[in-house]
Every structure is written in structure tokens, then in C-alpha cells.
Design a protein around this ligand. Structure first.
Ligand code: A3D
Length: 320
């Protein structure tokens, strides 16, 4: 049986980490695509040279032409520019929209049967533009944000409670940005909701509010520390979990930016909601009941996504 092929569009900080993780997990052969000459080739060779040490078999290649991604089973897109201190994710919109149009055309031509995961920011608008420009069915184009945001929430909670990260589940809804909605009701320690943990005296409402805010600001916290770019280890790990669920038909329930066509009362937008990822791509959108506050937070987030998508439609009317 032939190995799966994983194409990474963008061989920067996240792209390189994705290649290493995909190799270590033996997800398939890997091709890195980037406009920077030599960078994808150099990273491919460097990781290939690590494979005997780590004991994984994968072909790694770098390319500057879209023909190199031909027949990919999974495409993960990080092409574009990341944030610098003081920049919002939305500042990236104009530059990265053009990149998404090029990438979409490349995928349409060479990898139209792939499962596509977008990471480029501003995420919810870029994944929308990527789906429109590639013309792939919406259930095979998703955005990575919720897995990362909920992983950050899980890490902060596990650290607070001094328990294993494995026993903390967390749930983040809405767009990837300042308006994301970390859900307190659906986040748990070994199945015990945070709301019960407050009653049990594990933490106060005020402390929880601080952790929720730190989760919302999680990306900016890293940008301010790194000063020259944004987070890349955790974003790469998050996208790999999504790719693995597709390739192995694991049917994991993961929060992703998924195309909504009526669910949650939203139409023709990508917003972060829980979905099931299996061999068909997004196989199911999990529609949970939102309480009054969650609904208000979710709607605010949806409106923020909508205004970015409207900006994309103005800049690139052919996508509308
Ligand atoms: P970086 O290390 O700059 O890598 C981006 C790569 O894209 C560079 O190597 C560029 O040469 C390449 N590139 C630029 N234009 C093109 C093009 N037209 N075609 C192909 N390649 C191109 O950035 P990074 O890897 O740190 O981040 C990549 C993206 O992910 C940025 O937009 C970030 O804002 C975004 N990001 C999203 C999250 C989410 O949770 C959604 C988290 C962290 C970063």
C-alpha cells in the first residue's frame, strides 16, 4: 500500500514543525512548498537526516512549484505572514488573502481530493477564502484554531489544579481571536465541569475569569515574548491531530473552524465549533445548546468573523 502524502504549503516556523511531527508520527511522505528558494528543500533534507536517528520512514522533499503537491491526501496551509508585536490578526488580511487565492488555485489544480487544513491568519476569514478559491467541498476544508485554543485553556487549567493535562478537557467556541468563547460549562477535570469545581472550592470565579482571559490572549502572549513571530509548536501539534484523525479515520471530536450552512443559525461562514473528523473530512457538526451568555459571546464572535469575510469579499469580489 502506498504511503499517504502530506503537502505543507508554507515551510516557515509552523511548516517546518509540521514536517517534523508528521515524520515522527509516520503519517506519510511529506512535501514542503514555499516561495523562499532553498528553505523547503533545506528543511526537508534536515528532517530526512533526523529520520535514521528517530527511526521513521518517510520521503521528504521541498518544492517551489505546485506540481510537487500533486495527489496529496492532506494539505496543511501556513503560507503567508505571521503577526509581529502590535499587529492584530486582522492586519494580516490583505496580504494573506492574496496568498490564499494562489494556494487555492494550486490545490484545485493538483490536490483536489485532499483534506485541507488552513492555519494562516486571520484564520476564520482565510479558511473561507481558501475554500472559495480552491472550490473544494466545504467538508474537506477546515481551519485549525479551536484545538490550539482549547489546548492552551487545558494547559492553564492543569497548571492551576496541579493535575495531568490528560485529565483536563476544554472547549472553545467561536472565531479565533479576541472574541473566542472558552466554555466553562463544557470544560472538565476528569468529567467534572469547571462550574462544579468552583462549588468544590478548587478555584474562584475571579481566578477562572483570569484563566479564560489568558486563553483569549494566548497568541499575543507568545508574540510578545518571541518578538519576531508567533507561536508555532502548539499550532503545528494541533493541526497534526486533525490530519491524523482524517488519515486514520479516528473520528475525533475536535473544535475546528468549520463551514456552517445554517447550523448555530450561521450561514456561509467558517466559525469554531465541535466537529467529528474522519475519512470523509468533517463528517458531522456537533450542535450544542448554548446558554444565554454563551450565545451572546458566540454571536459577537460570529459578527467579528463576518466583518472580516465582508472585507475579503470587497477585496476579492470573485470569491463572493
Ligand atoms: P512563517 O514562519 O513566516 O512562515 C510562513 C511561510 O509562508 C514563509 O516561509 C513564507 O516564505 C511563506 N509564504 C509567504 N507567501 C507565500 C506564498 N504565496 N506561497 C507559499 N508560501 C508563502 O510563519 P509561521 O509559520 O509562524 O505562521 C504561518 C501562519 O500561521 C501565519 O499567518 C500565522 O499568523 C498563522 N498562525 C495561526 C495560528 C492559529 O491558531 C490559527 C497560530 C499561529 C500562527
Amino acid at each position: 500500500m502506498a504511503r499517504n502524502k502530506i503537502a505543507l504549503i508554507g515551510a516557515g516556523q509552523i511548516g517546518g514543525t509540521l514536517a517534523l511531527l508528521a515524520g515522527l508520527k509516520e503519517l506519510g511522505d511529506i512535501v514542503l512548498f514555499d516561495v523562499m528558494e532553498g528553505v523547503p528543500q533545506g528543511k526537508a533534507l534536515d528532517i530526512a537526516e533526523a529520520s535514521p536517528v528517530d527511526g521513521f520512514d518517510a520521503k521528504l522533499a521541498g518544492t517551489q512549484t505546485y506540481a510537487g503537491i500533486e495527489g496529496a491526501d492532506v494539505v496543511i496551509v501556513t503560507a503567508g505572514v505571521p503577526r509581529k508585536p502590535g499587529m492584530s490578526r486582522d492586519d494580516l488580511l490583505t496580504i494573506n488573502l492574496k496568498v490564499m487565492e494562489q494556494v487555492g488555485a494550486g490545490i484545485a489544480k493538483y490536490a483536489k481530493d485532499a483534506f485541507v487544513i488552513c492555519i494562516t491568519n486571520p484564520l476564520d476569514a482565510m479558511v473561507w477564502a481558501l475554500q472559495k478559491s480552491s472550490g473544494l467541498p466545504p467538508h474537506r476544508v477546515v481551519g485549525m484554531a479551536g484545538v490550539l485554543d482549547s489546548s492552551r485553556f487545558r494547559h492553564f487549567l492543569a497548571d492551576e489544579f496541579k493535575v495531568s493535562v490528560e485529565d483536563v478537557t476544554a472547549f472553545v467556541l467561536g472565531g479565533h481571536g479576541d472574541t473566542m468563547v472558552p466554555s466553562v460549562r463544557y470544560s472538565t477535570v476528569a468529567g467534572i465541569p469547571l462550574t462544579d469545581l468552583i462549588k468544590m472550592g478548587w478555584l474562584t470565579e475571579a481566578r477562572l475569569a483570569e484563566i479564560v482571559q489568558r486563553t483569549r490572549d494566548g497568541g499575543a502572549e507568545i508574540v510578545n515574548l518571541l518578538k519576531t513571530g508567533s507561536a508555532f509548536y502548539a499550532p503545528a501539534a494541533s493541526a497534526i491531530v486533525m490530519a491524523e484523525s482524517y488519515l486514520k479515520d479516528k473520528k475525533r471530536v475536535l473544535p475546528c473552524a468549520a463551514y456552517l450552512n445554517g447550523q448555530y443559525g450561521v450561514k456561509d461562514l467558517y466559525v469554531g465549533v465541535p466537529v467529528v473528523i474522519g475519512e470523509k473530512g468533517v463528517e458531522r457538526i456537533v450542535e450544542i445548546q448554548l446558554d444565554k451568555d454563551e450565545r451572546a459571546g458566540f454571536e459577537k464572535s460570529v459578527n467579528a468573523v463576518k466583518s472580516l469575510v465582508d472585507a475579503c469579499k470587497n477585496l476579492a469580489p470573485s470569491l463572493a
